[in-house]
Design a binder for this molecule. Structure first.
Ligand code: PLP
Length: 716
């Protein structure tokens, strides 16, 4: 095994020992636990830290290192005297240590030639704000699953000091953003040092300067996550800013980020002593990595063609973007001003270098596309759902002009979500009882989920009731806080949802990044049909959340246009727009909502994953047949809306909104409120069972990782 697996581990151990030294001896083992995110998906793990100081746990954003550093001595002493808490903590610490000691799983990936997973964002936990949305959350889920399955994988990303932005709406519904600086010293992370005991450095020539970066190590269970950080004293202020924000608007900085991730990522692996067998580019941001692999070979005297073929043989690429405009591309002048030195290191003249990022290499005006580079640079490529695989083949067919469409070499691995992270404890306990406690190990087998049928309807329904009630109580409080902070007057409006929401009412959720194609506006497109649904003896209540990208003015206007309707009295008491959607909020909403809605304009949803999270909790999915739902919906395990992409957009919207209301009016509302003598909605529960049985085996990260392991990672 290469020593890179250990590099940085001593630094983490040292940081943990330092923290332990400041704790009462009985709490010392918690210091090491705090430095391994495995606690976050261990059943009962978060509760251990929470029990020490519940209020501070919340204020620390669930960061256990901060919690242990900031909790007053008297409070720590009280926790150290709580023998039940200590017993629980010891059990978790020992179980996690035993899990780490397991050998790597045998398979096509060898432990000394691990997969290097490169991604611009990771959604691991709320306390590590280096994600923007679905791509990051998916990457985080994949790392956790790799840890659970002991797959040899190391991950590389960037440490953004001002990563995920925060959202605040003003009384008119306009989105404002603000950033909170992350104190890297207080993350569960350690600066990796070299054998000389000094912080390890890598550097990349960017914009005519040598930009240095340090490397932080984090532990996502047994998977090391290495984050590059250009905020070091020897860099200029401008270069220190490179790893400041996620997807910055300034294109030069953004390209520099991608270069640091791709080129710097490979250099970091080298500095760590890791020789990856497979480079997995998760989206195009890291697509310069294979060029760095080629450069290494050329520095050893190999010609470009041979070096490039060798780099391609090691690289696989996952595309996540079904819209041409969503695939970053850069004007040739900008590429050369940022990457000119790197091209020269490759002994490249500018034009052949630029050609690597072009569909038509000979067209000097075509911008340099990072997805094109990723496709050129990889031996295997995939989209993230069956539908997205087809869309990607069509979109990129011009790269293979002599092949028929079906032979364009882009396949698909449908996304999946990490079960222990997304299934709420009451649901997990129910399935543990009926599927057998080790069912997650057999989660890809259909027979495992057949046992769902044996769950008594009343028990399954009781869990659903608990999950909804908990969430609604939280929404009631949160909506008052949000409305007051927004400066919303009068008081009746601030409290309207708190008073109008009921824990027993059918609760519909719509929460995701607000982009125009997600068509949030369809929800209230026909007020004369929407309003009656919110009223009467069988009402529904609606929870909405989501952030627009700071530069996406169109999406911001879209939220704002909802507001005149949303503050109307009837609506204000049954519809809540919660601000600042993030991982923690997502976990609450997907657990508690009865129906989870997605209304993308097909085929623009590459996959979508929040619906899978809802399904795992016994929520029912109501979605346009696009992304993952196109291959998942069987007509009885949720509800599908067939949307015709050939229609003119406005007509398509009208039709789809009408289908949505019809389903709600005719099927969903009546089924939810149709109860037997014991108060159980039999047909509803039957649909939940069907949903769990048919979707459970397929749409989770275990199946996804198996697909990567068996079909994408092996070099055949
Ligand atoms: C799951 C998740 C997403 C992705 O959801 P989609 O259905 O793909 O829109 C985005 N953000 C957060 C915080 C999530 O948890």
């Amino acid at each position: 095994m290469s020593d890179g697996w250990q590099r940085g581990e001593q630094d983490l151990e040292r940081a943990a020992a330092e923290l332990a030294g400041r704790l009462p001896p009985a709490l010392a083992p918690l210091a090491r636990l705090a430095f391994d995110y495995r606690w976050s998906w261990w059943p009962g793990g978060p509760e251990i830290f929470q029990a020490i100081d519940p209020r501070r746990w919340q204020l620390c954003g669930g960061n256990p290192v901060r919690l242990l550093e900031e909790t007053p001595t008297a409070t720590l002493a009280r926790a150290a005297g709580d023998s039940a808490l200590l017993a629980r903590a010891t059990a978790v610490v020992e179980a996690i240590a035993a899990e780490r000691a397991r050998p790597f799983a045998p398979g096509p990936v060898a432990a000394d030639r691990p997969v290097a997973f490169l991604c611009a964002e990771y959604g691991i936990h709320g306390s590590l704000p280096i994600y923007a949305g679905g791509l990051g959350v998916l990457a985080g889920d994949l790392l956790k699953e790799a840890s659970d399955r002991a797959l040899p994988l190391v991950a590389v990303g960037l440490l953004y000091r001002q990563g995920s932005f925060h959202q605040r709406l003003d009384p008119s519904g306009w989105q404002h953003e603000y950033w909170i600086e992350t104190d890297a010293e207080r993350l569960p992370a350690a600066r990796v040092t070299g054998s000389d005991g000094r912080p390890l450095r890598i550097s990349v020539s960017l914009c005519g300067r040598r930009v240095a970066a340090q490397i932080w190590r984090l532990e996502i269970g047994r998977i090391p996550l290495f984050l590059l950080d250009s905020d070091v004293p020897e860099n200029t202020r401008v270069d220190r800013w490179i790893t400041s924000r996620l997807y910055v608007g300034d294109r030069e900085t953004r390209l520099a980020q991608y270069a640091l991730l791709g080129i710097g990522g490979i250099r970091a692996l080298r500095a760590l002593g890791i020789d990856p067998g497979v480079i997995h580019l998760n989206e195009g941001h890291a697509a310069l990595a294979p060029l760095e692999l080629a450069r290494e070979q050329m520095a050893a005297g190999v010609d470009f063609a041979t070096a490039w073929a060798e780099a391609r043989r090691r690289t696989v690429f996952t595309t996540h973007t079904p819209v041409a405009a969503g695939n970053d591309s850069y004007e040739p002048e900008l590429v050369l001003s940022v990457l000119g030195d790197f091209a020269a290191e490759l002994s490249f003249a500018p034009e052949p270098f630029l050609a690597l990022g072009r569909v038509h290499p000979e067209d000097p005006h075509e911008p340099f596309g990072i997805t094109v580079l990723g496709l050129h640079a990889s031996r295997a490529a995939n989209g993230v759902s069956r539908r997205h695989g087809e869309v990607s083949r069509r979109m990129w067919a011009p790269l293979w002009p002599d092949r028929p469409l079906e032979e364009v070499p882009i396949g698909h691995v449908t996304n999946g979500v990490h079960v222990p992270s997304w299934m709420a404890p009451p649901m997990r306990e129910l399935l543990d009882r009926y599927l057998g406690p080790e069912w997650p190990d057999r989660a890809t087998e259909a027979s495992t989920w057949d046992a769902v049928d044996a769950i008594p309807d009343a028990e399954l329904w009781a869990v659903r009731q608990t999950l909804r009630r908990e969430m609604v109580r939280w929404v009631q409080q949160r909506s008052v806080d949000d409305r007051l902070a927004r400066g919303a007057v009068p008081r009746q409006y601030a409290e309207a949802a708190a008073l109008g929401f009921s824990p027993e009412t059918l609760t519909v959720g719509f929460a995701r990044r607000i982009a125009t194609y997600k068509r949030l506006y369809l929800l209230l497109r026909e007020p004369e049909r929407a309003l009656p649904l919110l009223d009467g003896s069988t009402p529904l209540q609606l929870v909405i959340a989501g952030k627009a990208h700071p530069q996406d003015e169109e999406a911001k206007r879209l939220v704002q246009r909802l507001f005149p309707v949303a503050v109307a009295r009837q609506v204000a008491s049954r519809v809540a727009y919660l601000e600042d959607y993030d991982l923690a909020m997502a976990a609450r909403l997907v657990a508690g909502c009865d129906v989870w809605v997605n209304l993308p304009r097909p085929p623009l949803e590459a996959s979508g994953t929040s619906g899978m999270k809802a399904v795992l909790n016994g929520g029912l999915h109501l979605s346009v047949l696009d992304g993952w739902w196109e291959e998942a919906c069987d007509g009885q395990n949720g509800w599908g809306i067939a949307s015709d992409p050939l229609l003119e957009a406005d007509l398509q919207d009208t039709r789809d909104a009408s289908s949505l209301y019809s389903l709600l009016e005719r099927e969903i509302v009546p089924a939810f409120y149709d109860r037997d003598a014991a108060g159980v909605p039999r047909a509803w529960v039957e649909r939940i069972k069907r949903s769990l049985r048919s979707l459970g085996p397929r749409f989770h990260a275990g199946r996804m990782l198996e697909d990567y392991r068996d079909t994408i990672y092996p070099d055949r």
